[in-house]
Design a protein around this ligand. Sequence first.
Ligand code: HEC
Ligand code: HEC
Length: 404
Amino acid sequence: MSNHSRARIPFAVLLAAVAACDAVPPNAPSFLSDRATAMSVASLGRPVSFLTAHQQAQFKRGRVVFTTDFTPETGLGPLFNSTGCAECHEDPVVGATGDEVEVHATAYHPSGQPACSDLSDVGGPVVQQHVTQALHDALGIDAEPLPEGFTATAHRTSPSILGFGLLDAVPEAEIQGFADAQARGHDGVSGRPNRTPDGRLGRFGRKAQSPTLSEFTAGAFIQEMGITSPSFPTELTVAGKPLPAGVDPARDPELSQDDLDAADAFVRFLDAPTPLAFAIGQLPGRKIFSRIGCAECHIPALTTGPNPVQAFNNKIVPGFTDLLLHDMGPDLADICLGEAEPAEFRTEPLMGLRFVTAFLHDGRAATIDEAIRLHAGEATAARDRFLALSDGERGVLLKFLGKL
Ligand code: HEC
Ligand code: HEC
């Protein structure tokens, strides 16, 4: 579960720590850069601008739901990964990253129709790592067993979701446009969207398996905490076997539609983190990023287009992603999910990269530098250009990335 001690560090100490370890631009007057840093930390976890009074109220109420620690009496489990959303999305503010690592499992049979099964009828793709005392007493298990028939398992670190409502508001046509542009290029980059069985473009989750933020949020309540809601009114099975009688005292649905809507609003309205340091100081690093081809996939700015919600109307999203799947080579490959093959991953958004402490989908890379070195497949050419940079240029690029 979560590292509670970190969540309790007083805000002032956190500010001082960030100010101390954040490299101050060499020529900037120190009072200016300190203030800029403090302001950018203080602004984290806030809602996007231009919300109506009703939307602001929804955001506040949703934050309460998101930070609720559920118990078996209020619906937790019987199978679960953690007790609340904010146990895993908490660092350095509610909605950012966490140190929990999940286990997923699916079955991939390349000649099958379809090739990928998420094994949802036998307990996949999320394999819950905790059970309530009642389920433990009934079955003698401490975690959900792996689903029968799986061909691969995967580890997934808990990502930051700050600014993901903006990503949700990017029109499908824009994302498809990125794929079309890449198909015309000659750099070996050829992303494609994941698609749901009913043809919608996927964008959330490391495999871009989920088409909308609302669906991901509703799914997270049942998959992560075992909380039923009007969207998912029945409890999870234990690897496909029905729950023994009497292990689930709370009445279904355990979350009301109002609370689900509020949680959805909270997640959706969380603003994107503003990069640290002045934009002008970031310019040389950003230029190298584009020059060596990182920006082919990590598209720095997406746009939301016209949107009836004022807060999302024609906004720029500093996402550093194309939300497309890319073949990243055999070493990173793990599970399939939807149309995503084992080696395909969604370009990880780099907004909020400064909160990440273990990089890539399973946290295998300890540094940003190592994460880039592990890029392969479609990203081979960009990686090789990164390796060919002078030490000085590589340092400028890494500094830029470390402030996103
Ligand atoms: C046990 C830890 C854990 C809990 C609890 C948890 N999450 Fe997550 N969350 C994760 C992990 C791990 C992923 C990455 C999943 C993947 O890659 O497919 C994730 C991904 C997400 C994403 C998509 C991010 C992306 O990169 O596309 C959203 C949105 C999200 N979570 C919201 C929530 C909400 C809302 C709740 C509470 C209802 C919640 N999470 C509870 C661990 C957790
Ligand atoms: C072909 C598309 C593509 C290109 C080109 C590319 N990346 Fe990535 N990048 C990805 C994908 C996909 C992931 C997620 C891989 C994973 O999780 O295993 C990723 C992950 C990352 C991560 C880890 C993020 C995290 O939160 O763990 C960093 C950092 C990164 N890329 C930086 C770069 C840099 C710098 C370059 C240029 C040298 C670059 N990338 C080029 C597709 C690309």
